[in-house]
Design a protein around this ligand. Sequence first.
Ligand SMILES: [Zn+2]
Length: 265
Amino acid sequence: MNRILFASAFLLAAISAASAEELPSAPLISAATVPVSKAPAVKLVEPHLHIARSNLAGHARIALTFDACMGQADERILSTLVRERIPATIFVTARWLKRNPAALAVFLENPDLFELENHGQNHIPAVDTPTLIYGIASAGSAQAVKQEVEGGAAAMAAAGIPAPHWFRGSTAKYDLSAIGEIRAMGYRIAGYSVNGDGGSLLGAAITEKRIASAKDGDVVISHINQPTHAAGEGVAKALVDLKAKGTEFVRLEDVEDMGDDKTTE
Ligand SMILES: [Zn+2]
């Protein structure tokens, strides 16, 4: 319980940056300046996800997850994963796939390392009520949520990627009805327990520290699509740190998991 409380406090502190993701400029200012009347109150959740622990001292089991929202591929992270043979789960959008065929080829050439999962078609938050999340318009209807999920899966199939079983929406926030809709489409929904890079907006040192501090059973979220951000340097260093500590790296498909807000049960 203490761990969960700690994680909640941790996420509250980091939540704004975490979900800012891909905005080109000052997402927090944008969000703050949206008139309240245009952002109706919708109850949103940002679900947690944990995996079954190894319970082996010195061999913490950790699932690294990376979002490829749009933009480019971060070679600092990708090359470290390949060189160190570190498995990871990568959430890709249709938009990102279209622009990054070389990185996709690396993923597909290393099926023992990379599990590819669905991050949506256009990186639109999977919320079925019209609202703004950090200034980003939500999908706004059940049909639009469905389109975001199915459009992502269709792009993956067209790119030769095996059918996805997990979905993570843009901003990692949902309303409960959208969670039900996505679950009904056959997906598990991927929350996380450690916010590694604060939406790729954190500095290298703090990012390295956050990820390298992950504990047995944690699911780490960070980004692999921002090669110009300092955070990626910290991510790459943390991968080496964790490996040196004897970490057991797993993909989401490899282990039992526990998500809240009815995301996986
Ligand atoms: Zn994203």
